[in-house]
Design a protein around this ligand. Structure first.
Ligand SMILES: N[C@@H](CCC(=O)N[C@@H](CS)C(=O)NCC(=O)O)C(=O)O
Length: 209
C-alpha cells in the first residue's frame, strides 16, 4: 500500500497517522508539492484534482483524506473502534469528518497556509472563521469531554487535529482555548500517533539538510 502525501499536509497527516496507529504496512511517499509534482500527468492520473493525499492499495486508488480514513478503518480496524458501526456513532463521526474538510479548511487551514505558503486568501476572513469555529463549536464541545465523539478517540479526532493543532504556524494563538489545548495533548498521546511537524521546524530542516 502506498500513501502519497507531504509532511506539511494536514490532510495527508491524518491518513498517515491512521496507517501508523493500525500498524498497516505502507510506503510513505512525499510528493514534491513545491515543485508542482502533484500537477504532473502521472499524479493527475491518480487524482485529477492534483491534491494529496492519495492512497494506492492494489487496484484501488483513493483520493480525499476522509475517504482514506474510512477505508482504512473499515478494512483494518476489526473492532470498529475508530469508526463505529451504529447509526448514531457513525453519523457523529461523519459530522466531524465533514467539518474537517469544510469549516476547518476555510478557517485554520487558510490562516496557516497564508503564512506558510502565501495562499491567495484574506487573512482577516480566515481568522474570523477560525474564531467562530473554535469559540462556538470546538471549545464548548470539548469542555467536559475528552474526545469529539463518545468515550474514546475516533476518526473525528484524527481528522480535526492537524489544522487546529498547527493553526499556530499562522501566528494564531490557542491560549484562549484550554479545552482544545488539552484535547490536542490527548490526541498526541495516542499510541502510534506522530504529531504533525511544526511549519518553522520543517523549513529549518530543509536548510540544514
Ligand atoms: N478534500 C481533500 C483536500 C486535499 C488538499 O487540499 N490537499 C492539499 C494539501 S493539504 C493539496 O494537495 N493542495 C494542492 C492543490 O490543491 O493544488 C482531502 O481531504 O484530502
Amino acid at each position: 500500500m502506498k500513501l502519497y502525501g507531504h509532511p506539511l499536509s494536514g490532510n495527508a497527516h491524518r491518513a498517515l497517522t491512521l496507517l501508523n496507529i493500525l500498524d498497516v504496512a505502507h510506503e510513505d511517499i512525499t510528493v514534491n508539492l513545491m515543485g508542482g509534482e502533484h500537477k504532473s500527468p502521472d499524479f493527475l492520473a491518480m487524482n485529477p484534482l492534483g491534491q494529496v493525499p492519495v492512497l494506492v492499495d492494489g487496484d484501488l486508488t483513493l483520493r480525499d483524506s476522509t475517504a482514506i480514513l474510512t477505508y482504512l478503518a473499515r478494512k483494518y480496524d476489526v473492532a470498529n473502534h475508530w469508526l463505529p458501526t451504529d447509526a448514531v456513532g457513525s453519523a457523529q463521526v461523519q459530522e466531524w469528518l465533514s467539518t474537517a474538510v469544510n469549516e476547518i479548511m476555510q478557517g485554520p487551514f487558510l490562516v496557516r497556509a497564508i503564512k506558510l505558503f502565501g495562499a491567495p486568501a484574506d487573512l482577516e476572513t480566515a481568522k474570523a472563521k477560525t474564531d467562530t469555529l473554535l469559540t462556538d463549536l470546538f471549545e464548548p464541545h470539548l469542555t467536559g469531554r475528552d474526545w469529539l465523539v463518545g468515550e474514546h478517540a475516533t476518526l473525528a479526532d484524527l481528522a480535526c487535529y492537524s489544522y487546529i493543532a498547527r493553526v499556530t504556524d499562522g501566528d494564531y494563538s490557542l491560549d484562549a482555548y484550554p479545552a482544545i489545548t488539552a484535547w490536542i495533548a490527548r490526541v498526541e498521546a495516542i499510541d502510534g500517533f506522530a504529531p504533525m511537524v511544526v511549519g518553522a521546524d520543517f523549513f529549518a530542516s530543509l536548510q540544514t539538510a
